[in-house]
Design a protein around this ligand. Structure first.
Ligand code: SF4
Length: 333
């Protein structure tokens, strides 16, 4: 069997911080035992609220950070250390698109020069060839040569994000990690950029790890989806199945808040309680203070992510026991 392009196996990452000069140290488990695999040409969407660990997961996937536990593998081989030459060579195959295009670009340089930069870093082609490649990349994302001569502040937000995508594509990568790539854009521009990514993904058979808090965007772009809550994956499966019939109570609440266009919405599941605080993880199932169907033992028992159907996994102690249990909305009816 061929190894997946990228695999994360029980990966964890924690940060130790301190509130104020004399405050007690606190440990934030940003990612806690996450396992995922992405095949070539596949788009995996990661969705969750702010603080769920999505961005840390992206950095672990690219090797920008090393996990405290677990293993990241590319083509079945361990991810090299970020200081090693092997990692720099690997980065040619794995690129990232960030949320804030202005922050990701150098304001002093014309954008075409910046698109050619990764080629220079990886020693690809002579200067004239790199300039030609940058021009082709501009055309791929729908920008002209004249726009390529401009500086970032002379372009609109959507154009800047196209530049960032063009730069990420310059080395012809196999994997694109997109961290909230459209959340800083107007809704109309969001659709253009998402459609561009969908087209590029299909044309180039790119694998994509697409991170967003916006379920509508994840629904549009993903073939598979993983739902994160406080550093853990709580549900994962084919996007169509998860959106049609979410199993984990948190996934049910998310999906009920973002019905598919043209479909009747299921009864909205309103979550009570505070949004997640990564520095104060509740005991047992971390979702229990907000879960509409929690039972007493959810405070003590942390459910594992287990297979609940072919190619579907969920982390809820009640699902395995009673697959036909009522949804919160049905129970309340
Ligand atoms: Fe809710 Fe309990 Fe399932 Fe956690 S384990 S999602 S608290 S029912």
């Amino acid at each position: 069997m061929t190894a997946p392009l990228l695999a994360l196996d029980q990966v964890s990452r924690r940060y130790v911080g301190r509130k104020g000069l004399f405050g007690r140290p606190t440990t934030v488990h940003a990612v806690d035992g996450a396992s995922l695999a992405i095949d070539r040409g596949e788009t995996l969407g990661i969705v969750g609220e702010s603080g769920s660990g999505k961005s840390t997961l992206a950095r672990l996937a690219l090797g920008l950070e090393a996990p405290d536990a677990g293993r990241v593998a590319v083509d079945g081989a361990p991810m090299p250390d970020a200081r090693a030459p092997e990692w720099r060579a690997l980065r040619r195959r794995m690129q990232m698109v960030f949320q804030d295009p202005l922050g990701a670009l150098d304001r002093r340089l014309p954008v075409a020069t910046q698109i050619a930069e990764p080629l220079a870093i990886h020693g690809i082609g002579a200067a004239a060839e790199r300039a030609e490649a940058a021009e082709r990349a501009l055309a791929t994302v729908g920008l002209s040569r004249e726009q390529g001569a401009r500086h970032p502040h002379e372009l609109s937000g959507g154009q800047r994000q196209r530049v960032v995508i063009a730069r990420a594509l310059a080395t012809d990568p196999e994997l694109l990690v997109c961290d909230e790539p459209v959340s800083a854009l107007d809704v109309s521009i969001q659709a253009q950029v998402v459609n561009l990514l969908i087209d590029l993904q299909a044309e180039r058979r790119l694998a994509m790890l697409f991170i967003s808090h916006d379920l509508r965007v994840i629904r549009q772009i993903s073939r598979r989806v993983a739902v994160m809550y406080l550093g853990r994956i709580v549900e994962e499966g084919p996007a169509e199945d998860v959106f049609r019939d979410p199993q984990h109570p948190y996934a049910q609440a998310l999906v009920s808040a973002a019905p598919a266009p043209g479909r009747r919405s299921r009864q909205r599941v309103i979550l009570t309680g505070d949004p997640p605080n990564p520095a104060a993880r509740p005991s047992g199932c971390a979702f229990h203070p907000r879960c509409p169907v929690a039972v007493a033992r959810c405070r003590d028992e942390a459910p594992a992510l287990v297979e609940i159907a072919p190619r579907r996994r969920a982390a809820c102690g009640l699902i395995a026991e009673a697959p036909a249990r009522p949804r919160p909305a049905e129970a309340a009816a």
